[in-house]
Design a protein around this ligand. Structure first.
Ligand SMILES: [Zn+2]
Length: 65
């Protein structure tokens, strides 16, 4: 099986990145300008931490529970 790469930094997934499985794939539907496209994000643990912290800054509700 081909090892995934992190979408942000391009690093090949290491074992702990594969176990964490921070991969998101979603078909985008009507209402979005990306209607018909597929959202595809594979994150290594380091980039997930950065991405989630940045995302959390623009959210009203804390995304971490
Ligand atoms: Zn990364």
């Amino acid at each position: 099986m081909k090892r995934k790469r992190c979408t942000i930094c391009g690093k090949k997934f290491e074992l702990h990145d594969m176990f964490a499985a921070l991969c998101f794939e979603k078909q985008i539907g009507y209402g979005s300008v990306h209607d018909g496209e597929t959202f595809n994000l594979n994150l290594c643990c380091d980039c997930f931490d950065k991405f989630a912290d940045i995302l959390n800054l623009i959210c009203k509700k804390n995304i971490f529970e």
